[in-house]
Write a protein that binds this ligand. Structure first.
Ligand code: IMP
Ligand code: MG
Length: 181
């Protein structure tokens, strides 16, 4: 559905994290992954749709051989709150039992999506499984879940940009901004 430019501008608020801040943290995360997984079969697994920008930038900071995988999950009951029912809509094509898997996620909110996904993936016996998230909203946690690497901890605000959407818009913003919802 077409959104007017006025509506588009009104719904987005102040910048919370700049493109430069994101770039700097991703560079460090890429260096860490490159050191940690040197000589190991590595699969960087992007959880679609939200992590497509993050995963694209993160994989370009990884300097060791690495495969990229994609998985699409549905977790939303309505616009802004997560349902406990997490379904795999598109599964990763690789047999993950042959890889050290690093999940790239956009944001951990209630924690439901990743706790279900990591449990499902662990049953497939990956060589190891770690989670790197761009954003973390610990105040909103409903299930106990902690990422192995979290680039930014943010307060309880609905944000958009850099892959994250608000009603499917703003994924193309190069920074993270607060959404007026
Ligand atoms: P969880 O299952 O509640 O942890 O939700 C994780 C998913 O909810 C993320 O992968 C996002 O797609 C979405 N999400 C949670 N908070 C936000 C937000 O502030 N902006 C955009 N998407 C969000
Ligand atoms: Mg997501």
């Amino acid at each position: 559905m077409l959104c007017s430019k006025k509506e588009f501008d009104e719904r987005i608020g102040s910048i919370l994290i700049t493109a430069e801040e994101i770039k700097e943290k991703i560079k460090k995360a890429g260096e860490y992954i490159s050191r940690e997984y040197e000589g190991k079969p590595l699969l960087l697994l992007s959880i679609l749709n939200g992590s497509f920008v993050f995963a694209a930038d993160l994989c370009r900071e990884v300097t060791i051989p690495c495969e990229i995988g994609f998985m699409r999950v549905s977790s939303y009951l309505n616009g802004t709150s997560s349902s406990g029912d997490v379904n795999i809509i598109m599964d990763v094509s690789q047999d993950i039992s042959g890889y050290h898997v690093v999940i790239a996620e956009d944001i951990i909110d209630t924690g439901r999506t990743l706790s279900v996904i990591t449990e499902k993936l662990r049953r497939r016996n990956p060589l190891s499984l770690k989670v790197v998230t761009l954003l973390d909203k610990p105040e909103r946690r409903e299930v106990d879940f902690k990422a192995d690497i979290s680039l930014f901890t943010i307060p309880d605000l609905f944000v958009a940009g850099y892959g994250l959407d608000c009603a499917e818009y703003y994924r193309n913003l190069p920074y993270i901004a607060v959404c007026n919802v």
